[in-house]
Design a protein around this ligand. Structure first.
Ligand code: ZN
Length: 406
């Protein structure tokens, strides 16, 4: 708690945390972190993507990684990312003082998780995971002051052309653990301090366009209309039913509908809908999508209009490791009075990149007050923060034992 408050004091102001990656304040935070681990038998390296690693050598070379990100959004909260790293420091400190662990333990401070300055999230972890494939696009990115991304990175010792060489850091990785604030309202509504994250949602985003016929609002009888908005309206109500029927955290959102000609004296000729569907299970996500498609065709037929689907973006669900989920559940129940909860994550995290790279991964969520983050109002009860560090500590011990025995 003292460390977290010290960091907040050092790198925040009256508007919140200011640890934006690739800035002097971020560098100051990295230096502060280095100081916190000084005097321990650790080896520090900064990899080619700017990720900061500390290694505590164990009897086995196979490594248990504990990760987080010290960067924040501008005017951000004091816990998003920082809790993860500071909790990791606490665990590594305790392990180092206890002598050589059975497996190697590495703490990583990922570079630029938030993407606040250049609009590219998960920079360091995607480089280490090998999933960074947009280097040409990154080269052309500029911040609000016109500074090019490669120039800002080189001021901090990172050459964008070499960033993917950070992949070698995951070679001996046997497990990855990350504690994070929930950034949502679920744990608070259940009155639980901690939860285990099952993975990150898969997402399907489509533009659904209904086409009918513009016609005069006064002269066209109700039974002669080909009203595109009728299809959109019926689909909006249907996707809520689809999400409810599917359950297990399913969410469907119609984020916008644009109607044309969009005047009060005409029946709507075209209605363009933006549809977002999310689920942790790839099959159930695919089923929600095909149910929505089928419903849209039925409505189109009944309203005598046409419908067309176009995919905007999608990503598959990224699932965390089942046996680590069990260990995390056990750790939480031990420190939190026998109660735990399993939940998916809406936002992506560095952990998702590491999991995508094939490293068994799990995350712990600690309750966020009012579900708020990315604002100075972001907060968590101190007693819950303390429990979260204890849970991560237990989980680290259990994972080290598991990895050493494999
Ligand atoms: Zn974060």
């Amino acid at each position: 708690m003292a460390d977290l408050k010290e960091l907040r004091e050092l790198t925040g102001d009256e508007n919140g945390a200011q640890r934006v990656a690739w800035t002097d304040t971020w560098e100051q935070a990295r230096e502060w972190l280095r100081g916190k681990l000084g005097g321990l038998p650790l080896e520090e390296v900064i990899d080619q993507a700017g990720n900061q690693w500390w290694t505590l050598s164990g009897a086995s070379d196979r490594a248990v990684l504990i990760g987080g990100h010290i960067d924040s959004v501008p005017n951000g909260g004091w816990l998003d990312g920082a809790l993860n790293v500071v909790a990791g420091v606490e665990v590594v400190r305790r392990l180092a003082e206890a002598g050589q662990p059975a497996a190697t333990v590495r703490l990583v401070n990922w570079a630029d998780e938030e993407g606040a300055r250049f609009g590219r999230s998960l920079f360091g972890s995607s480089a280490a995971a090998g999933s960074m494939v947009d280097q040409d696009e990154l080269r052309a990115r500029r911040d609000a002051d016109g500074v090019a991304l490669p120039d800002a990175l080189s001021e901090h010792g990172v050459d964008l052309d070499d960033a993917l060489e950070a992949r070698s850091q995951l070679e001996d990785a046997a497990a990855y653990l990350e504690l994070h604030i929930e950034q949502g309202p679920v744990l608070e509504s259940l009155d639980l301090p901690l939860g285990v994250v099952l993975g990150t949602f898969g997402v399907e985003r489509h533009q659904v366009t209904f086409r009918g016929q513009a016609a005069h609002a006064g002269s066209t009888p109700m039974d002669k209309r080909r009203d595109a908005l009728a299809g959109a309206a019926r689909l909006e109500l249907e996707i809520r039913e689809i999400a409810n029927r599917t359950g297990n955290g399913a969410v469907c959102t119609m984020g916008g509908v644009v109607t044309r000609p969009g005047i009060v004296t005409s029946v709507v000729e075209t209605a363009e809908c933006l549809l977002d569907q999310r689920h942790l299970d790839a099959n159930q996500l695919a089923e929600m999508l095909s149910n929505a498609e089928a419903a849209s065709r039925r409505f189109a037929q009944e309203e005598d209009i046409e419908v067309e689907w176009e995919r905007i973006w999608n990503i598959e669900p990224i699932l965390f490791d089942e046996s680590l989920i069990e260990l995390a559940d056990e750790s939480i129940r031990e420190v939190a009075g026998g109660q735990s909860h399993r939940l998916p994550s809406g936002p992506l995290h560095d952990a998702a990149e590491v999991a995508r790279a094939g490293v068994p991964t799990v995350m712990l969520f600690v309750q966020s007050l009012r579900g708020l983050s990315h604002t100075k109002l972001e907060d968590t009860k101190e007693e819950h923060l303390e429990l979260s560090v204890q849970a991560l500590d237990r989980l680290a011990d259990k994972t080290i034992a598991r990895v050493a025995a494999e």
